[in-house]
Design a protein around this ligand. Structure first.
Ligand code: HEC
Length: 228
């Protein structure tokens, strides 16, 4: 008798469980019990939420005017469309072997699709016929002696059908890519390569270069050690 009772009780239990778990199909949106509400609901304002504490109502803030993030470079003061200043614009950055390799790697990621891994303007996108405008052939006479500042401006602002790569490549990375192009050009009839480590900085005053903040640089070194 007892066994029959327990069988009935157990099967009833299973049936009820089954019924309860069959939801009506509505998604349950509330999380039920919260173990640590502080973790579920942040007390701080989340990055993309509105914020009554600021006049523009946004939580994400712009960097304070006139400041430079640690490890970043001074602003270049280039003005979009000012092609005269493009031509004289340059940098005092010089790159070692690893940085030159990195420049090549970045070129292959961001530029080779159009300009071609051989820098001849025959990248797969253009060769496929799906991109109407011929990308610059860096081995062509027209581009062999192009001023580096003009190249920098193309990478920063784009040029006609070519978009800007300012969001993908920071200033140093842009210069590394251009150094890579100039290196290949120097081996294909272009000007002598001047971006190599130890090469004399150009006479023209460059207004890029590492932010001149020795203290910050020293701090950054310390941080680096800590994270190791
Ligand atoms: C979507 C295709 C595409 C990609 C990707 C691309 N370019 Fe271009 N690029 C072009 C085209 C097209 C032109 C020719 C623009 C013109 O003269 O009308 C051009 C022209 C240039 C020029 C010559 C600018 C001038 O003043 O005549 C430079 C320098 C250049 N590109 C550098 C780069 C670099 C560096 C990258 C990678 C960060 C890159 N491009 C990525 C399509 C591309």
């Amino acid at each position: 008798m007892n066994t029959i009772k327990s069988i009935v009780v157990v099967s009833l239990g299973v049936a009820i469980c089954g019924l309860v778990s069959c939801d009506s199909g509505n998604l349950r949106r509330d999380p039920g019990h919260i173990y640590a509400p502080d973790m579920t609901y942040s007390r701080a304002y989340d990055a993309y939420t509105s914020n009554p504490n600021f006049a523009d109502g946004q939580t994400s803030r712009q960097p304070v005017a006139g400041t430079i993030a640690r490890g970043h470079m001074l602003p270049d003061h280039l003005k979009e469309g000012d092609t005269t200043s493009y031509k004289t614009f340059t940098t005092s950055l010089r790159f070692n072997v690893d940085e030159m390799k990195e420049g090549g790697r970045l070129f292959n990621i961001y530029c080779a699709i159009c300009h071609g891994p051989n820098l001849d303007g025959q990248g797969p996108l253009f060769a496929s016929g799906k991109f109407a405008s011929m990308p610059a052939n860096f081995k062509d006479g027209k581009y062999l002696h192009m001023p580096v500042g003009q190249m920098f401006a193309a990478a920063k602002y784009g040029k006609n059908m070519m978009g800007s790569y300012a969001a993908q490549l920071d200033e140093k990375q842009r210069w590394m890519v251009i150094a890579y192009i100039k290196k290949v050009q120097s081996e294909n009839g272009g000007d002598a390569f001047t971006f190599g480590e130890g090469a004399a900085a150009p006479a023209a005053k460059a207004d890029t270069g590492k932010a001149a903040m020795p203290m910050a640089a020293a701090d950054a070194k310390k941080d680096e050690k800590k994270t190791k």
